[in-house]
Write a protein that binds this ligand. Sequence first.
Ligand code: ZN
Length: 241
Amino acid sequence: MEDLYFSRLPLALQNIVLEIEAAASFDVTVKICPWRDKTDSQESQPLRCVVDETEARILIPSLDQFRPSSVLHELLHLRRFLIQCVPQINVCERFWTLEAEAFFAELDNSLEHFLIIPEEIRWYPERLAQWITKMNRNLDKVETGSGDADDREFDAVYSLALIEHAIPDNNLKSRSRALLSRLSLMDRAISFRNAIIPTLSDKEAATAVFVEHFSLDREMICLKYLDPINRTHELKKLMQA
Ligand SMILES: [Zn+2]
């Protein structure tokens, strides 16, 4: 990582960077992307990472938003893909469109957050408040009925599982449950939660739960295993249920 950024991290995070770089045999780089500035929308995580078998890059809106707690979130994403060899959910080549790529990248993030948020909060307990704010904002959107109906349903059903697993807050939990009852989605949400939590240590199984519970097209999904040492990756179809 460039010194300018590396020197701003506490030792424990510097060590994670070094571990990732050693495993990947390339540097983690940082790039300023001013268009990522979400201060208006109070986005809890304006940072993002881009990773494949040849690069790992953290995108930041500005230098002053390169905060250790936000950087840790991205490092935890990178560590799973580059050190722990967890695959990423990807759209298979023959179905590729920009929209499909973005959709499955977002889905991958949603799944990864079940594992990343608890660890992030263990390191930086103050991050809990930001995740509570973000989840409340998602529930606001569901409540006001803005946006696409499928997205709203996804957000409502997904939120309960994420909140109960990763974002311990009683008000948020009650709010999510009340909203699900009102939308008659409680049974779906409970059944998704019960299915997803036991699979979290197995990305393929967890992906299959998302496919089944949100009626996604299994054919479109490939799991991408990065092999940074050989600068290649392997694509695996999702096993049939
Ligand atoms: Zn994330």
